[in-house]
Design a protein around this ligand. Structure first.
Ligand code: NAD
Ligand code: IPM
Ligand code: MN
Length: 369
């Protein structure tokens, strides 16, 4: 899998905060934990019940000092998903999930897009060598800042505004992260392609677009060995489906990054298999599958645990535990190749059975993988 920045391996156990959250988060995270345990990763796990049930019981979304506690006491966070019909305002999800991203300043949402097997891809004639790129999504600004308001609510003259925040600092650091990522990745796997593509909508959103365009060009000049490209987000969506081979590193804003990574998940087999990390180099970072709480299938042992398991692997890689990361990835690849799959990707296993197959696989002989 594409790598994010790594911590040097040290001898103490890595402290992981586990927050399964709502819906299928509570089913897929235990499978991710099984994989971490099967890999014998030197970690110490602490569980937190933040989510809809807790909020409905005592009104608490994040306990006072919760984010400071996570940053102080943990090396990383493994989260499931947040969202529950009983909380229509989604306040708990915003405070927990967006709270971690914003208040812990996890500015780089790294979403690898890697096809494990041709059978998972809805495109004809496309195999694993054709889809291997990453989306670097700005994670602390854009329209997610919840700035704006409603005027004359409930009247025919109602006005709603949702501000799109783009700071020079925020735009520059995410673009630089993408170039650094590209450089590091090329070194890791010797990839001959070294492209960073910035995606925006600067033909319509001219003010923010101008800031992104200027900053991208300036930062690109610092990396003469890396090629830079630009695409409008609408054209990018078409190209991702028509010819995903052309991409290596895509950098974009918060909203576009959200949307194109669901499309990209579709290329890999669906939301059930897509992994992600919310990263600030050097700070406690948070890892979560791309999917949500999927209320329609929650509690039925139907959810695909691969996204959460690959997310756990990504987290271990980030913490410097790269052999454990690779063992988990190899076991997931074996599951895909041997069709040990849940229904969403054409198999017949349940969440637990798919997770157990992977954990068992890791206890078996690795040489045959
Ligand atoms: P979703 O990702 O929960 O589901 C979209 C579709 O993908 C559904 O058909 C679902 O069944 C399927 N799906 C998702 N994950 C799957 C898995 N692991 N295995 C098999 N199928 C899977 O998105 P949604 O329906 O738009 O949102 C549901 C709730 O989740 C909402 O409250 C939303 O706000 C929240 N949400 C949370 C996160 C997060 O916590 N990171 C991400 C997205 C959505
Ligand atoms: C994601 C989700 C979130 C987002 C929602 C739940 C706020 O869709 O992590 O992709 O838009 O970032
Ligand atoms: Mn999303």
């Amino acid at each position: 899998m594409l790598r994010c920045d790594t911590f040097p391996a040290v001898n103490h156990k890595k402290r992981i905060a586990v927050i399964p959250g709502d819906g299928i988060g509570k089913e897929v995270i235990p499978q991710a934990v099984k994989a971490i345990e099967a890999a014998n990763a030197p970690v110490e796990l602490s569980y937190f019940d933040w989510g809809a049930d807790r909020y409905l019981a005592d009104g608490v979304t994040v306990p006072p000092d919760g984010f400071a506690m996570l940053a102080r006491d943990f090396d990383a966070i493994l989260a499931g998903a947040f969202g529950d019909h009983r909380v229509p305002s989604n306040v708990h999800a915003r405070e927990i999930l967006l709270g971690m991203r914003f208040k812990m300043d996890l500015y780089a949402n790294v979403r690898p897009v890697k096809l494990l097997d041709a059978a998972l891809c809805p495109l004809k004639g496309v195999g694993p060598k054709d889809i291997d790129f990453v989306v670097i999504r700005e994670n602390t600004e854009g329209v997610y800042g919840d700035l704006g308001g409603v005027f004359k609510q409930g009247t025919p003259d109602e006005i709603a505004t949702q501000e799109d925040i783009n700071t020079r600092k925020g735009v520059e650091r995410i673009i630089r992260y993408a170039f650094d990522y590209c450089e590091r990745h090329a070194k890791l796997d010797g990839s001959p392609r070294r492209w960073v593509l910035m995606c925006d909508k600067s033909n319509a959103m001219t003010h923010a677009g101008s800031l992104w365009q200027r900053t991208f060009k300036e930062v690109a000049r610092e990396y003469p060995q890396i090629n830079s490209e630009h695409m409008y987000v609408d054209a990018l969506c078409m190209q991702m489906v028509r010819d995903p081979r052309q991409f290596e590193v895509i950098v974009t804003n918060n909203m576009f990054g959200d949307i194109i990574t669901d499309l990209a998940a579709g290329l890999q087999g669906g939301l059930g298999v897509a992994a992600s990390g919310n990263i600030h180099p050097g700070k406690t970072s948070m890892f979560e599958p791309v999917h949500g709480s999927a209320p329609q299938i929650a509690g039925k042992n139907l959810a695909n645990p691969f996204g959460a398991i690959l997310t756990a692997a990504m987290m271990l890689g980030h913490l410097g535990l790269s052999s454990e990361e690779k063992r988990i990835e190899a076991a997931v690849l074996a599951a895909v190749q041997q069709k040990k799959l849940t229904q969403d990707v054409g198999g017949s296993l349940g969440t637990k059975e798919a997770g157990e197959w992977i954990a068992n696989r890791m206890g078996h002989d690795f040489t045959e993988i």
